[in-house]
Design a protein around this ligand. Sequence first.
Ligand code: HEC
Ligand code: HEC
Ligand code: HEC
Ligand code: HEC
Length: 478
Amino acid sequence: VKKLLNKKTIIFVTILSIIIIAISFILLNEKKEKTKVVYKHVENEVKKLYPNSYFKNKFPLQYNTYMQTELEAKTKFNGSVKETKFSVNKEPYLPILFNGYGFALDYNEDRGHVYAIEDVTKTLRVNDKSIGACLTCKSTAVPNLIEAMGDRYYNSSFKEDILPKAESLKHESIGCSDCHDPETMDLKVTRPHFVQAMGNKGIDVTKAPPAEMKNYVCGQCHVEYYFRSVQKRVTLPLRIGYTAAAGFGYYYAFSFMNEGDFKNTVSGTPILKAQHPDFETYMTGKHRERGANCVDCHMAKHTSPEGKEFRSHTMTSPLRDLDGTCLTCHKESTKEQVTKAIYDIQERHMKKLHAAQEISVRTHYYINKMITVGADSGEIAAVQSQVHYAQWYWDFVAAENSTGFHDPEGALANLEKSILSSKKALEIATTALQAKNVDINELELKIKERMKAVVDEPDSTKKKDHATNDYFPPMVEQ
Ligand code: HEC
Ligand code: HEC
Ligand code: HEC
Ligand code: HEC
């Protein structure tokens, strides 16, 4: 017995039981999520959709303003035009940072709601392998398809199965029925992923007060998500909280995402890609504490010619209608002051975002060099882990749509974390490379060359091809 109970055995048994408990916790969680939402599996029972035209005569003010989301207009950093994020004044190095993933090929700014279906079917990120889940936040057919098909909706072929089904239902791009109960016109969350994710936090979205519903109907789509395990169900990592740190923690505690969404071609580093966390950045921002919601800033208050107050359904940048948005609260301010307040925040934000992305680019190339000169694999892993962390933190603020406005302080803090982590990565890498007699000045020059080649390439879909060359060979097979 004494022999059995020696120190090594005790440590071994303890570690083993921790692993067993952790695995069963993860499995139990997966099972719990599976059983929470019960879908009918009857495909031929797809209900008819309520088309926007059904509401046109009853609610002309809302209908007409909704149709105006097709109007194009630019603001300094955002607005409603289809344009690539890769241009110099935006984020020119994304084709390097997302190399090996669809976001290095085609990544556009968002525009009006009426374009969602057109844009998802035309993006080069959607190909023959894409799945139904990609349509989830675009089409009025989705709630019906999920009800009829259950989990099969998510991982069925986008092009062969789901899009044709939605088209046969005459679906529309983000219509009235996506946010309203079509009979009572009460606000309604129609996407099960949001109900479930908030349910996991103990918040029953179906019983939310009206003021909060004004955030939830938007939050169901404007939120970070991933496709969970085999069924590829759309899942939101909200359980721990709304911050970048909580999202990062979630992916390690509750998902099977330890390998990231993809491996960066330049450095072989597993990367988590963030997706438009507008809801999260709003939730942690100061304007939430001040009682503002998505509607106050994105659905301008208008009065009809008959004197009836209503909300403009042209959901867009507040800069396009400051009277109906910011100035409804900031009654003492002028348009110029409010515009300046937004631009000051956004300019500060972009400066820091550019700094975070540029240092992140360098870290990927330093790793590339470590691999080609045969640096110690433990050291390479240590640098990759810093890079993985750093990229999540800048991406969480880059992928949300307000250029820092929703949570200015939170965004700057995340960028600071990202930069610190990248600096640590460069420190470890520099020491390792110098030990292998690598000329760091030459390395930096070669990096600048790649960055310039990516910027100089006029075809946005070809920029990614300049990220690697003979000096920096790809580390992941394409
Ligand atoms: C206090 C005001 C405020 C609140 C509240 C707010 N936003 Fe914003 N939002 C802004 C500003 C300002 C911008 C930047 C607009 C620009 O640069 O043109 C913005 C930008 C956006 C954009 C990109 C617009 C574009 O032109 O591309 C989206 C999408 C967005 N917000 C969604 C949301 C959602 C969803 C919520 C609620 C969860 C929300 N916002 C809450 C002020 C707000
Ligand atoms: C993306 C979500 C969304 C879509 C799509 C949407 N609405 Fe709304 N609707 C809202 C929100 C949010 C409010 C504001 C509720 C409030 O202020 O209490 C609202 C308010 C309304 C109101 C109440 C009066 C008002 O203007 O505040 C009516 C009526 C209405 N919408 C009709 C429509 C019609 C018709 C359509 C389709 C053409 C539509 N909505 C599309 C979210 C949406
Ligand atoms: C069913 C999903 C869905 C819902 C619900 C939704 N959005 Fe959107 N929203 C989108 C998508 C997708 C886009 C991008 C469309 C594109 O670029 O083709 C978008 C774009 C936007 C934009 C950019 C428009 C522009 O002019 O640049 C704003 C602002 C916005 N949404 C605000 C809101 C607000 C506010 C709500 C809630 C009242 C809301 N959205 C609800 C999916 C949704
Ligand atoms: C629902 C009301 C409401 C809306 C809508 C609103 N704000 Fe505010 N805002 C406040 C309150 C309350 C404060 C805090 C008191 C103050 O400083 O006046 C505040 C503070 C600010 C500040 C002070 C600086 C800071 O962040 O600490 C700025 C700048 C600002 N708002 C800009 C805007 C802009 C730009 C918009 C439109 C995109 C907007 N606000 C929309 C209520 C609102």
